[in-house]
Design a protein around this ligand. Sequence first.
Ligand code: ADP
Ligand code: MG
Length: 305
Amino acid sequence: MFETWDVSHWSLIRQETIGADEKYWLAHPTDGQPWLFKANNIHENAAGSWSQREDFAEKLGGELATAMGIPCARIEFARRDDELGCISLNLCPEGWELQTGVVVLDGLLEDYEPGYTARNRVRRGHSLENIRWALEGYGPPPGADVPSNFDAFDVFAGYVVFDAMVANRDRHDENWAVMRPPPGSGRPTLAGSFDHARALGSTLREAKITALLQEEGVPKWCYRGTAWRFEHDPEHGCPTLVDIASRALRMVAPAVRDHWLGGVADITTTKVASLTSRIPDMSVVVSTFIEQVVTTNRRRVLDGC
Ligand SMILES: Nc1ncnc2c1ncn2[C@@H]1O[C@H](COP(=O)(O)OP(=O)(O)O)[C@@H](O)[C@H]1O
Ligand SMILES: [Mg+2]
């Protein structure tokens, strides 16, 4: 079983202000490394309360990304007093600066409208073409286990493929980042992937998941996974996550495409099941659903990209 780390007594470094929910950077008590604590969202209504399990999505997302060769934040299950959630190890080396995509695109494009503004529902400017342009000259994340000739956009294409695998519709302009080393110490890089909290249907309640499984609705649910966080034309509908993965793979060299599709092929149902079996408290309904989602998307990506 994956362990749950008790971080109740870790000292607070600071609150993280980016993102929707309250989150805290905490220092590991022995080595002082910063980890971001993200508590699961609790929903209250007249019928009572229920907890979303973003921690399942973050932990499994991290494990599946690693299995595909995607550089990403290390994730552990965590408890802070009575709050359950996860911790994400800081991706940014000491002395470096992390800047999210919104800052990078704002510096590149005139009139860039951040994706979080209500005015920019079609995510104008947040396109694969602009991201490739923005990442020109950037390296892959430090220590990434990718071929040495890969550049930052080659790795970003992998993130988009990974998102299609795990039904992550949340790759907006604050859910990818670059990292800048201190002046004079090398080139900036893409940051490893982070924030997989909305992947793998983490927003669905168990009753809904049961209904999807009984009606054999999982493939249908997967096909509804749109890449709405990327620029799209509402008149022509929003591309699916698999469409955008396919587009990203057509923008990179054939060897890069083959590399990521090899990573996808490696994610067998047995591999997913061996990971879900290590998650404490995961019900059979949820693990079955997650296995079906990844298996369905694996087939869609291999057939469609
Ligand atoms: N492992 C990490 N290393 C460095 N920075 C991170 C890491 N995880 C998150 N961040 C930073 O914190 C911000 C908020 O975290 P995120 O996981 O995206 O939370 P939320 O789910 O609320 O959007 C991110 O946009 C990023 O800037
Ligand atoms: Mg986020």
